[in-house]
Design a protein around this ligand. Structure first.
Ligand code: SF4
Ligand code: ZN
Length: 297
């Protein structure tokens, strides 16, 4: 099969666009989607990139570093070490390879150092604790390095799953918070891969030879998300563009709504942005502590 834009052999068929694309046109297509997303924000000074070493964040880091290195924007890759033996240690090795190759600044921050917690020592809800602490730590480190914006590696599949999960739960507040504007103490977020399907991110990484970690965390990222992922993967081939429509649809709703979805104050314990008296990470750490004390009785 040939590329629909030139006569070179195609490496991919995009059902949603109806196009066969060769390697060069596929790369251009992914990079165009990434540029379009980051251009929605004015990025100056320092851009932090949440970098786990997996395919999504590796592709985001690699394209962003290429895009911004000539524009006087400093890129800082931030890797969170959650304390998961056997998983994070290996991912750190491929992460180190890529940051060296790209020549970007790299900060590694661990839960152990900031919160005195290791995910592999938790008895319950590892993913809930991990998700909340990771978000908080990324925000703190991004502020420490002076970044005005934090890019994360969420791809189209991740975003579509999150949107549908929130619709199905009727959690409109959380839906409205998905694309929040910058707020005091909260570094503005961008998701450069928001419109790039997961399979295309993987193909891009492989064809570009970007070093990535293929190891999966031993904890599952949640039963509900897995169910929603499989529903969407069944729908997409039958109704091409379903994932895109979900994500774009929410963006349109957010463009129409003027409602202020949440007010932010400061956490009474750590001073970080908080919706309630305590921020989510202090609340969850307090819960862990009290369960630990109960167990010790
Ligand atoms: Fe953390 Fe769960 Fe993801 Fe593992 S699967 S990295 S525990 S959120
Ligand atoms: Zn706090």
């Amino acid at each position: 099969m040939k590329c629909d834009k030139c006569s070179a052999p195609a490496v991919l068929f995009q059902r949603y666009s109806g196009l066969h694309l060769c390697k060069a046109h596929f790369f251009a297509d992914v990079e165009k989607k990434i540029k379009k997303e980051v251009r929605k924000e004015r990025i100056e000074g320092t851009l932090a990139v949440a970098f786990s070493g997996g395919k999504d964040s590796a592709v985001a880091l690699s394209v962003l570093s290429d895009l911004f290195s000539r524009r006087g924007v400093e890129i800082v890759a931030i890797t969170v070490d959650e304390g998961i033996a056997g998983y994070r240690d290996k991912a750190l090795e491929s992460a180190a390879m890529l940051v060296t190759e790209l020549g970007v600044r790299w900060q590694v921050a661990s839960f152990e150092e900031y919160f005195d917690v290791r995910v592999d020592r938790l008895d319950e809800r590892p993913c809930t604790v991990c998700g909340i602490l990771r978000r908080s730590l990324l925000n703190r480190v991004a502020k420490t390095v002076g970044a005005s914006t934090l890019a994360t590696g969420h791809n189209l599949d991740d975003e579509a799953q999150t949107v549908l999960m929130n619709y199905l739960r009727g959690d409109i507040d959380r839906l409205l918070r998905l694309d929040h504007p910058a707020k005091e103490g909260l570094v503005r977020r961008v998701k450069p891969l928001k419109y790039v399907p997961e399979k295309e991110v993987a193909l891009y990484a492989v064809l570009k030879g970007i070093p990535i970690s293929l190891d999966e965390c031993r904890y599952s990222a949640g039963v509900f998300r897995a169910e929603v992922r499989s529903v969407l993967n069944e729908l997409e081939p039958k109704h091409a563009g379903t994932k895109y429509a979900l994500v774009k649809g929410l963006e349109r709703i957010l463009g129409l709504t003027r409602r202020e979805p949440f007010q932010l104050g400061h956490c009474l314990q750590c001073g970080e942005p908080a919706v309630k008296a305590l921020c989510q990470s202090c609340e969850i750490l307090r819960g862990l502590q009290s369960r630990g004390n109960e167990a010790a009785k």
